[in-house]
Write a protein that binds this ligand. Structure first.
Ligand SMILES: [Zn+2]
Length: 73
């Protein structure tokens, strides 16, 4: 490697919003907060997570829930 042209590549602590912590290596060189990791992402957990902020899903269902519904005679 050529001297003095490479960024520092050090161990950094990564903290997820779910509480999971792990160490990786990066040129970022400081602690890294993340929103989702392999412990909590639905792809790995296999659990569906609905992000329903302020009841928006329910609001949508209330307004448009009748579409696609089978009408009873
Ligand atoms: Zn996580």
């Amino acid at each position: 490697m050529k001297a003095d042209i490479h960024p520092v590549y050090v161990d950094i602590d990564v903290t997820c919003s779910c509480g999971n912590k792990f160490v990786t290596r990066s040129t970022h060189a400081k602690a890294l907060p993340i929103d989702v990791c392999n412990e909590c992402h639905p792809f790995y957990t296999g659990k569906q997570k609905t992000l329903d902020t302020g009841g928006r899903v329910q609001k949508f269902a209330d307004r448009f829930g009748m579409f696609g519904a089978v009408k009873k005679a």
